[in-house]
Design a protein around this ligand. Sequence first.
Ligand code: GLN
Length: 264
Amino acid sequence: MNEKNIDEASLKTRILLASILSCNREELIIKTEEILKKEDEEKFLDGIERISKGYPVEYITNTKEFMKMKFFVNESVLIPRYDTEILVEEVLKIAKNENKKEILELCTGSGIISISLTKYFEEAKIIATDISDEALNIAKRNARSLGQEERIKFVKSDMFEKINRKFDIIVSNPPYIKTDIIEEYSLEYEPKIALDGGEDGLKFYRIIIEEGDKYLNEGGFIILEIGYDQKEEVIEIAKTSNQYKNVTCVKDLNGNDRVIIVQR
Ligand code: GLN
């Protein structure tokens, strides 16, 4: 075990314990003398056992923080990544600066992107889609518990299938991992449908970029999260489609290419 593993293990342990004691991580410090109830001790030991085998602590606590909000998650949805906050920040910047309020989100999963957008941009009006009923139920549950359900309409749709109008912004963090590397990616507990981007990982970018112009107002934007090594390929898809003028890429906090923005 190296230092990073130890830090991570210690953080996961504290997340688990805080969840069992219904307090936050900071409050654990003042509870060091507290004796765990028998059932809580069992929950804790059982949790540690599962975490040590690689099971995500977020699925045990059913919680993941994103954009300073607590989202419910379970095995039906991907666990939100901090990198995706960059995507949300970019959409917020463009939406506010350019006054773009009508937003479509594809592949919403647990709803984190749409819910963050309505939370931090009061004028946003969003339609959020997913192909999975389980994911949509979780997204709706999150929207409700975070007070955003009035401004997001959740629709079951395979990509654009049920969409028949235009928007100012289309945003998506679609599945983008290559099919044959998912197994070795140690993501065995997360839903494959939320990760599998087809043979070359680009399947959903092709659909969104090639069909997206039909669902975008003139001057509208498509804003996409991408894998760290997909910039050139996604830009190529946008250029080949010939429907867009500006194409830009934004890096995440680790310096990896993370967001592609194209304008119609
Ligand atoms: N960023 C996620 C990961 O690397 C993948 C998310 C996705 O496919 N949209 O695990």
